[in-house]
Design a protein around this ligand. Structure first.
Ligand code: NAD
Length: 330
């Protein structure tokens, strides 16, 4: 018996990636939509056979509580809307999957965790890389110290973006900027590849195209310090392309390049091992794993606490940049 998923927000990611992915899943399927754009409704209903009873807008979304076809709401909205709509979904008694970054700040993340705990539903963050096979291999290298102790991590995620200045990704109050959008990938990667939590961070944020990224970062550089002396050099950008996770160890090295793409994630190691790209649909695998965790009542791969830890680091990065790159304790 498949779980029914309602996508909340029908923008780029829902339309082009998640809805097609939900045609390939074994443990869940697309059964509902929540949208503020009436013109999208007939298109989605026809394409995916969604009945009138499972179509909602943002004002009626709470009524999903009465819909037994829907088990999960997947929040795929601008970042500043994640907390509000996750909480509406939780209070409707539905499991919540929420896209990265989890929310704007730690307080919002806590409110989301509280709402899901109070309602006895799961809260899972859309950290698709943690479900990707080559990523899981290098996580195991870290746990088993296959190449020795990790001594340094370098990771960057970015692309040449061309947002309109009023696009939410360029608007500070909506969670715009490269750090919220792309920075969470290297931050999350530093944590999953080392299995450790950083203790301090310093950072610098700036924009070159001030006409577009006037009040949020086009670029962020940051350094994380871990308890055993491990350091991580992170970068993210809306200005130039980058997509690497490089890990140095006491007895060798390994890397994933690219490390955050939807497909083609590829690895290499100091002893010549090649981690060939996995051909599967990354998001279908993520959603199946997350559906299985609900069905089996087990902990999801990336629970809300995972998102909260990264958002705490995001906030410290912004604080450090405002203080001219001062080290911030975490
Ligand atoms: P998008 O701009 O294409 O879509 C956003 C949707 O929200 C649109 O359908 C828009 O109509 C709707 N919306 C509702 N209220 C809005 C408002 N007040 N202002 C603007 N839009 C509003 O964005 P997207 O690329 O689909 O991203 C959505 C979320 O998914 C973000 O949190 C993003 O970080 C995340 N995402 C994750 C991945 C991933 O690989 N995990 C990839 C892309 C996006």
């Amino acid at each position: 018996e498949k779980l029914g998923v309602a996508l909340v927000g029908l923008g780029y990611y829902s339309t082009n990636i998640l809805a097609p992915g939900l045609q390939q899943t074994e443990h869940c399927e697309l059964r509902g939509i929540v949208t503020g754009s009436p013109e999208k409704i007939p298109v989605w209903q026809e394409k995916y056979g969604i009945p009138d009873a499972s179509v909602y807008n943002y004002e009626t979304m709470h009524e999903i509580a009465n819909n037994d076809d829907i088990d999960v709401v997947y929040i795929v909205l601008p970042n500043n809307m994640h907390a509000e709509y996750s909480i509406i979904g939780a209070n409707a008694g539905k499991h919540v999957w929420c896209e990265k970054p989890m929310a704007m700040n730690v307080e919002e993340c806590r409110a989301m965790i509280d709402a899901t705990e109070k309602n006895g539903v799961q809260l899972t963050i859309g950290y698709r890389m943690q479900h990707e096979p080559n990523t899981q291999t290098i996580i195991k290298y870290g746990e088993e110290e296959t190449y020795g102790r990790i001594t340094a991590i370098r990771s960057g995620g970015g692309f040449r973006a061309n947002h309109e200045p009023d696009n939410w990704r360029a608007v500070k109050e909506m969670g715009g900027g490269a750090l919220y959008d792309m920075g969470v990938y290297p931050i999350n990667a530093a944590r999953y590849s080392s299995g450790m939590e950083p203790v301090a961070v310093r950072a610098k944020q700036w924009s070159v195209r001030e006409d577009i990224y006037s009040d949020c970062d086009e670029y962020t550089d940051f350094d994380l310090e871990f308890p055993n002396g491990l350091t991580m050099e992170g970068k993210c950008s809306f200005g130039n392309g980058m997509n690497y996770l490089d890990i140095d160890c006491s007895d060798g090295w390994y890397r994933l390049r690219p490390f955050l793409s939807y497909s083609g994630v590829r690895g290499a190691t100091s002893d010549g091992t090649i981690l060939a790209p996995d051909p599967g649909h990354q998001q279908a695998r993520q959603m199946d794993n997350d559906a299985l965790a609900i069905k089996n009542g087990t902990n999801p791969t990336a629970p809300g606490e995972e998102g909260l830890r990264d958002v705490r680091i995001v906030q410290a990065i912004m604080d450090s940049s405002r203080l001219d790159g001062q080290w911030m304790q975490l």
